[in-house]
Design a protein around this ligand. Sequence first.
Ligand SMILES: *Cc1c(COP(=O)(O)O)cnc(C)c1O
Length: 212
Amino acid sequence: MIQDNLKKVQERIHALDKNQQVTLIAVSKTKPASDLQQAIDAGQQHFGENYLQEALEKIDSLKNQNLIWHFIGPIQSNKTKQITQNFDWVHSVDRLKIAKRLNDQRPEGMDKLNVLLQVNIDNEPTKSGVLESEIDEILTHFENFQNICLRGFMCIPSPDNAEQSFAKMAKILQKHPNLDTLSMGMSSDLELAIENGATFVRIGTDVFGKRA
Ligand SMILES: *Cc1c(COP(=O)(O)O)cnc(C)c1O
């Protein structure tokens, strides 16, 4: 079942991903480690998690399988230490304080943590992320961080105008030639995201089924 789902999602990606630049992140929040193991057995390597405690249990029980873990949920500052100790990527950096803590708390000897700045691309009051107008100022501070590597941007657009929002994200990335990553596209809009230059798509429902 999960194996078939993964295959279908991969086919949807490959149909549009002309430059082979898109990586599928299987978003496994609320799903048990046994479901992730099925995906791993089918060749899936990247997993996205939103809730730290739940993620840590799965990271531990699935260790030594060469997986790449992405933290994609809201970040409280008292959680940054465990996030930076246990993840390879963080997509949901939405303020400078969080970036600084992830940098300062990254354990010595680990590779740099890859981070994305979450952009509130539709200026929605209920969503986290920096506004487009704030990006340039925030980015100047990243030069001081030795243990994290800013790679690009992430967004969760309003469903009403996802296509325009994805296009805006592509423009923002183009303005920063030193960055290479756009995390955008979920089960319902992955095609639009890829057409507009996504490099990570984050797919939960269409891989693991509906969440409770
Ligand atoms: C849950 C979640 C997803 C996956 O959403 P689906 O619609 O189930 O594919 C992607 N990104 C984030 C940030 C999420 O919280």
